[in-house]
Design a protein around this ligand. Structure first.
Ligand code: TLP
Length: 348
């Protein structure tokens, strides 16, 4: 791909920084299935410490981290309450059903953020002939709602009420460091009462591969078995964990700049004829906007943008997602703005 391409399809496209590449080359490694990779062990210890949890486990992907949690918290035939556009519901190959045997009970919201009253209404009655609710999942930030946020208070309230109802809460915190940066708090505070948390190293934090699952000692011991069951036991994974360590120590500082770039992008897009977007709702690094009024589909507009070297994703027939990250600077954002204005012009 040419250097002049501005890739806003996702923050998963970030490439490892020079410091990450050096650390990867020099990483001390061992066989992690034997628990003998010192760099993986350091990453897991540091992640557990950052989240104020007993233990953490390095997993190959966010999808696997979420699936491990679902598999541990549910039994086949039980239900998982989630938001309708949640990643666990829409983008994980229905793995919760296909592999864990659990069934999603999705709730539609305008902004991706669940309230306790919405969750409570979906808890199945404790009657022997109904499938039973086993788990509540939250997503912070909520990807397909445009990077929207749960506050620490709302998350804690949902956890308290879920626990009182006998339900654990799993947090898909793929972008929880973005949430912490936007809310001026820590990842530990944002997830304090959640029973398990998955976060990604390979999105805005810029590591090439991997996610982390954190939780109690017992939960992570179970996660180690399920990771192996799924074929996710890795050997000299320290080469990847070395980049992950830099990602959690250094990259969170860079996220406010991604958020400022997303805000600039959103404000400019909102002014364009044919675009539907509330720029005030853009608090992190994800901008999702409607193009229905332009009379063209998202796919058509993305194809036009692609010709100018601007990559964006169609995430619905008439909605486009642009995600900012550290490989796109302010100049790239300005280029994306100019190209989108042109792509939306009549006759473009
Ligand atoms: N999200 C990807 C796509 O799969 C949609 C993206 O480009 O945003 N939870 C959330 C909230 C996510 O956004 C993603 C990836 C995952 C989990 C899964 O992570 P990976 O890709 O590591 O399996």
């Amino acid at each position: 791909m040419s250097e002049t391409v501005v890739d806003l399809r996702s923050d998963t496209v970030t490439r490892p920084t020079p410091a990450m590449r050096r650390a990867m080359a020099e990483a001390e490694v061992g066989d992690d299935v034997y628990g003998e990779d010192p760099t993986v062990n350091r990453l897991e210890e540091r992640a557990a410490e950052m989240f104020a949890r007993e233990k953490a486990i390095f997993v190959p992907s966010g999808s696997m981290g979420n699936l491990i949690a679902v598999k541990l918290w549910t039994r086949p035939g039980t239900e998982v309450i989630c938001e309708r556009k949640a990643h666990v519901n829409q983008y994980e190959m229905a793995s919760m059903a296909a592999i864990a045997g659990a069934f999603p009970r999705p709730i539609s919201t305008a902004d991706g953020i669940l309230s306790w009253s919405a969750i409570e209404a979906e808890i199945r009655p404790k009657t022997y002939y109904f499938s039973q609710t086993a788990l509540v999942t939250l997503e912070n930030t909520h990807n397909m709602a445009g990077g929207t946020l749960y506050s620490a208070e709302l998350t804690a309230e949902i956890c308290d009420r879920a626990h009182a109802a006998g339900l654990p809460v799993h947090l898909d915190g793929a972008r929880i460091f973005n949430a912490a940066a936007a809310l001026g708090t820590t990842v530990a505070k944002l997830s304090a009462k959640c029973d398990s948390v998955m976060f990604s190293l390979s999105k805005g934090l810029g590591a090439p591969v991997g996610s982390i699952l954190v939780g109690s000692g017992d939960f992570i011991a179970g996660a180690r078995s399920v990771r192996k069951l799924l074929g996710g036991g890795m050997r000299q994974a320290g080469v990847l964990a070395a980049a992950g360590l830099i990602a959690i120590e250094e990259s969170p500082k860079l996220l406010p700049e991604d958020h400022r770039n997303a805000r600039r992008l959103a404000e400019a897009l909102a002014e364009m004829p044919g675009v539907t977007l509330d720029p005030g709702a853009v608090r992190t690094n994800i901008v999702i906007f409607g193009v229905e009024k332009s009379g063209r589909t998202a796919a058509e507009i993305c194809a036009t943008l692609g010709k100018s070297g601007i990559l964006a994703s169609g995430v619905g027939l008439h909605s486009i997602r642009m995600v900012t990250h550290f490989d796109v600077n302010r100049d790239g954002i300005e280029r994306a703005i100019a190209a989108t204005r042109e792509a939306l012009a009549p006759g473009a």
